[in-house]
Design a protein. Structure first.
Lengths: 115, 111
């Protein structure tokens, strides 16, 4: 089973709202990732959690706040977003952080629209 | 960091083999080549990866040149469901696990 689940599938929020995206995997993977994908562009890395600790933050604005409550869950808390933050947000997980041939498996994504 | 170059788009007739090239001339000796694909508005799907030797699985074959400066993903019998953007990725930042997605190749399988 290589399933990563993400909720919600779609989210519409105003610029003053606070919302959260959720990601879950039950493959025993020790690394989890958030990517952002704008329309007609490739995914871009935002954050990496390795063994439940934040290991990479790709200079993401503080209005995006990641959280890894345990090894199976990854959240992305959203606050005071801008319309340009509208995108597909993808979660991924992998078995062996730092391993040369480690494979990432992606969830279906959350389509976020900021009004 | 090794980067990749892929054609922007390709067409393939249904039932024929689709051969998708990728150049990665600055690849380091310990960097793997990964292939993912993304069907419209879905999450990227892992296809295959390799280091030096050619690899095959139930989805595709990966042919890596001896100098490792290029590779080809082969879908042996393309179907309409293989229409997608295909990304060739070389792992960057040894010790980290992030993937750098280039612009990819948009493969269209034609009936």
């Amino acid at each position: 089973d290589t399933e990563v689940t993400q909720t919600p599938k779609h989210l519409v929020m105003g610029m003053t709202n606070k919302k959260s995206l959720k990601c879950e995997q039950h493959m025993g993977h020790r690394a989890m990732y958030w990517y952002k994908q704008k329309a007609k562009k490739p995914p871009e890395l935002m954050f990496v959690y390795s063994y439940e600790k934040l290991s990479i933050n790709e200079s993401v604005p503080s209005r995006f706040s990641p959280e890894c409550p345990n090894s199976s869950l990854l959240n992305l808390h959203l606050h005071a977003l801008q319309p340009e933050d509208s995108a597909l947000y993808l979660c991924a997980s992998s078995q062996d952080p730092g391993g040369g041939s480690d494979t990432q498996y992606f969830g279906p994504g959350t389509r976020l629209t900021v009004l | 960091d090794a980067k990749t170059t892929q054609p922007t788009s390709m067409d393939c007739a249904e039932g024929r083999a689709a051969n998708l090239p990728c150049n990665h001339s600055t690849i380091s000796g310990n960097e793997y080549v990964y292939w993912y694909r993304q069907i419209h508005s879905q999450g990227p799907q892992y296809i295959i990866h390799g280091l030096k030797n050619n690899e095959t699985n139930e989805m595709a074959s990966l042919i890596i040149t001896e100098d490792r400066k290029s590779s080809t993903l082969i879908l042996p019998h393309a179907t309409l469901r293989d229409t997608a953007v295909y990304y060739c990725i070389v792992r960057v930042r040894a010790g980290a696990n992030n993937l750098f997605f280039g612009t990819g190749t948009r493969l269209t399988v034609i009936p």
